[in-house]
Structures are given as structure tokens and as C-alpha cells.
Design a protein around this ligand. Structure first.
Ligand code: ZN
Length: 121
């Protein structure tokens, strides 16, 4: 078997050589996290704001995006995070309730802007 990264020889039929075995772990982590994000989304779609786990990856993704302190449009940010709009709205609702973010210019459809609540960060 040849290393998927550099084409070098591998041992024990592994997809990566000694040098790139770390990359293998990294790829596995990415796949695991992607699956976890999908599970988190499914739960939020089913349970709404109450199904939002504050320790979840999708929440930390959103807080990371907001960490520059700028206002982010709700109906754009969901695309950036690669989540569904319904999930984004539930996240916004829950995080606002927890005092982690502020909602600005909220519309009836749940759009408007989100800003990190600096007082609590
Ligand atoms: Zn390699």
C-alpha cells in the first residue's frame, strides 16, 4: 500500500506512511467531528432551542465566528457554518436566552443580526 499523502511505502497496509500517520489521525478527527455536527444538528431540528447543547461543536463554531465582535446576519451565517437555517435560528434563540449573544434587528422570521455578548465573554 502507498501513502495517500506522499505515495511513500507504508507498513501493515496502513493508508499513510510513518511520516503522515498524524495526518491520518487528523483526517479521522475531522470525519468524527463532521458526524458529531450532523448529530447535533439533527437533535436541534427535532427539539428546537431546548435541544441545543452549549458544549456542542456547532455552538463553538458559531461563537468562533462571532468572536471578532462584529454583527453577523443570521440568514447568512448559517451558510458559513454549513448548517440549516432552522438550526441557526434555534442556536440564536438559545444562545440569546443564555445571555451569550445579543440579537439585533430581529424579524418575525427569526432573521436579523447576532452579536457576541461582550459582557459575558
Ligand atoms: Zn506519507
Amino acid at each position: 500500500m502507498r501513502c495517500l499523502k506522499c505515495g511513500g511505502s507504508t507498513t501493515f497496509s496502513k493508508p499513510y506512511c510513518q511520516e503522515h500517520v498524524e495526518f491520518c489521525d487528523y483526517a479521522a478527527t475531522l470525519i468524527r467531528e463532521r458526524e458529531q455536527r450532523l448529530r447535533e444538528q439533527t437533535r436541534v431540528l427535532e427539539e428546537g432551542p431546548a435541544g441545543v447543547d452549549l458544549e456542542s461543536l456547532i455552538v463553538s463554531d458559531l461563537l468562533k465566528v462571532l468572536s471578532n465582535g462584529a454583527a453577523h446576519k443570521v440568514d447568512r451565517t448559517f451558510r458559513l457554518l454549513n448548517i440549516e437555517f432552522e438550526v441557526m435560528k434555534s442556536l440564536a434563540q438559545r444562545l440569546a436566552r443564555e445571555g451569550l449573544v445579543k440579537r439585533v434587528g430581529l424579524t418575525t422570521r427569526g432573521e436579523g443580526f447576532l452579536v457576541l455578548n461582550q459582557a459575558t465573554s
